[in-house]
Structures are given as C-alpha cells and as structure tokens.
Design a protein around this ligand. Sequence first.
Ligand SMILES: CC(C)(COP(=O)(O)OP(=O)(O)OC[C@H]1O[C@@H](n2cnc3c(N)ncnc32)[C@H](O)[C@@H]1OP(=O)(O)O)[C@@H](O)C(=O)NCCC(=O)NCCS
Length: 434
Amino acid sequence: MTDNNSPPGSPKVNPDHNSEANLLPKDDSSLENIVRRFQDSMSLAKKHKFWETQPVGQFKDAGDTSLPEGPIEPPTPLSEVKQEPYNLPSPYEWTTCDMDLEETCNEVYNLLKNNYVEDDENMFRFNYSKEFLRWALRPPGYYKSWHIGVRAKTSKKLVAFITGVPARIRVRDEVVKMAEINFLCVHKKLRSKRLAPVMIKEVTRRVHLENIWQAAYTAGVVLPTPITTCQYWHRSLNPKKLIDVGFSRLGPRMTMSRTIKLYKLPDQPATPGFRKMELRDVPAVTRLLRNYLSQFVVSPDFDENDVEHWLLPTEDVVDSYLVESPKTHDITDFCSFYTLPSSILGNQNYSILKAAYSYYNVSTKTPLLQLMNDALIVAKKKDFDVFNALDVMHNESFLKELKFGPGDGQLHYYLYNYRIRNALRTSELGLVLL
Ligand SMILES: CC(C)(COP(=O)(O)OP(=O)(O)OC[C@H]1O[C@@H](n2cnc3c(N)ncnc32)[C@H](O)[C@@H]1OP(=O)(O)O)[C@@H](O)C(=O)NCCC(=O)NCCS
C-alpha cells in the first residue's frame, strides 16, 4: 500500500497465476512487488489519521481478549445526531442520487466506469452496469438518502459517490441492523484531498439518522481492522481471450490448444433437476439458505423479501439455479452468481471482460463440487469469460479441483462499530458484498 490514495480492490480483477491451473506465476521479484511487500509489512505501524478516530477495531487492540465483542460505542439519542451535513471544500456540494432517474443513474454509472476500482497494473476497471447499480442500491427498505453524491458547484458534474443499503447481519447469535457501505469513489482528479473521510462521515451520519449504528464493508486496502482477509480465485472459461487481454498467461510447457482443452466444460449441467430459480421457489430457497448460513460466524439474516430481491434471477445482474429432486420435488441445492464486467483498458481487440462472481451456494444433496461445476457450465453457456470466487464459506472445497487459480490481491472485510475479538477464518464468513 503506497498511501491513502492507492486504489484498492485489485484482487477483484487480478489475473490468475497458479500452477494448479497451469498458468505462469507473475514475476514476484520485480522492484514494484518488493516495494509493495515492504510497504505492506509497514502498514500495521502506519498512522490512519481518520480511521484512528472512528469506532472500529484499532490495531493496538488486536489480540486484547479483555475487550468485549459487540458494539464499540453505544447509540446516542437521535436528537444528538448532527442534523446538518458535514462541510465539503467550498467548490463542492452534496447531492442525493435518485437511482430511479435515468439521468442520475447514468451519471453514477459514468463516474464509476471511469474512476472506480482498478487492478494494480491498471489493466482492468470495474464496469458495474446500470441495472446492477439499481439492483444493488434498491433492496427492501432502502433509503434514498444513503445514495450520496458530491457535485462541483459550478458545473454540477458528479465527482464523488458513496452508498449504504440496510441489511440485517448476524454475528454469532446476534442479528444486528447494519448498513452495507459500497461504491466509495472519488474522481481521479480529486484524489488525496481527504474527501473520502468526509464522505464516510456523511454516510455514517445519515445511517445514524435511521437509528442504525453498525456497518459492514470491504476494501482492497488494509484499514483498522479486518475481521477477515479473503482471496479471490479465478476460473478461466474463455482462456484464449483471458490470455489475449493479459488477464492470465500461458503456463509453462502449455500451448494454447492444450490450455483450451484444460478448461473445456461439458455442454449441459450434470445434475438431474438442475434448473433456474423462479418466483415460486422463494420460500424453499429462503429456508435452505437460512439453514445453511446459520453455521457461519457472520452472515446476512435473509427473509423471503431479501431472497426475492437478492437471489431471484435478474437478466445480466444475478443468476440463480437450484436442484429440484426429480422424485420428491424438494429443493435440495442452490447456487448463484452475479454479473460484474470490467473494462479492459487499452486493448486493441477487446473492451469488456465478462466476469461472473460466485454469490451464495448451498449444497445438501448434490456435492458442492458438482453443483459448482454445473454453475461453471451455465456461466460458460452465458458467455462469461471468467468465474470468480472468494475463499469464503465452503468454497475452498472446490476451488482447486475445479481449476480455479488464486488471484494476487486480497479483499478485507470490516465491521464499523462492532468488535470481533479474534479475526475469523475465511471459511467462517458467510457474507458476500457486491
Ligand atoms: C477509495 C478512494 C475514494 C479514496 O479517496 P482518496 O482521494 O484516495 O483518499 P482521501 O485523501 O480522500 O482519504 C484518505 C483516507 O481514506 C481512507 N481510505 C482510502 N480508501 C478507503 C476505502 N476503500 N475504504 C475506507 N477508507 C478508505 C484512507 O485510509 C485514508 O484514511 P486514513 O488516513 O485514516 O488511513 C479513491 O482512491 C477512489 O475512488 N479509488 C478508486 C475506487 C475505490 O477503490 N473505491 C474503494 C472500493 S473499496
């Protein structure tokens, strides 16, 4: 990590480089990598002028078992919550982004398309679609006031963005109302001016106004203090394109045709009764998912409304499949992934990398390995180039066998105003944020 302005999130789009998948490891000894490793090793000692003032686990308290789990600060009476927005530098003003408006949605889409998360080598940048943004930002009970923009006063140009959506998150046996904070973005030309802390404080204030005092968020950068640190794994579906665009490299002693053969998948899913989820499946999927997620230390507390919103298939946004037992018609297994393309920066032949991201998967009768192989098959048929998955929940049980290779960055998970005594293992985490 170089400084506060280093763009995080690279693990989300980094090339795979795993010998299991027969792809070349990236050169680990480059000066850049040595400098990065040194800076990473220094990051614990580094000062976080903003985050040190916030109710989050502080590095100095790591491993202090005398501190209780749970809220770090108690709620304050709502009348004591600051009623007016934080001050922005004078050329800028706050705006609430109404994602129902096509024009506003376009502005948000373009800000993110041009300024959001890139990989470390600036080869790829997330390109969340408008439909995806509307889906991600309008779940049951959402607050428009939590979709916060910053405009330049004179031109009215949108130059920064941050959002929250409400969620019930279970931590051990406590269900806590939280905000899931996402899409923090400051225009490239306005970086390193300490705008991000003002935006974080403003979204926090608006969350407090709804009597909510905790939040969950992820970042590619190390901040005080991750509850766990995950790794992305990548499964090539279209290896030729991935190699052509520099997402992955041809492994040693591998030819293109051998590589294509290595990643080839059957034309049809193997599991009898494997089909797309429908509206009528919402109650069964909710039961299946609630039961499955209860084993993890941290997970969302989904009800039927949440499942309908987050998991019912939406074209080019989220795909969900389940296994209906041909005999009993019971819904026994479930898998899902969301669609998040990245722009390919400066390639002559391709401009978009179509990526599927593993979301929530539940196996009770079909082995998870077989279920996820079927997910790969349907993703391939839908023309995705790559299928990404974090090492959360039970994902480690299929990653290597299904020829996923590890990415080279990390994704850190955080809770705001909620202390977890010891960091979780990634397999104890049952939460996927978009
Ligand atoms: C992330 C981003 C908004 C930060 O803005 P910036 O101009 O680089 O940094 P600022 O000077 O405004 O603020 C720096 C402070 O924000 C914190 N910060 C930086 N990135 C952060 C993140 N992703 N989440 C929370 N805090 C973050 C820094 O740690 C620093 O606080 P500290 O001094 O306590 O450590 C900006 O770099 C950006 O838009 N990057 C591309 C998109 C992106 O990566 N978004 C985050 C996705 S998780």
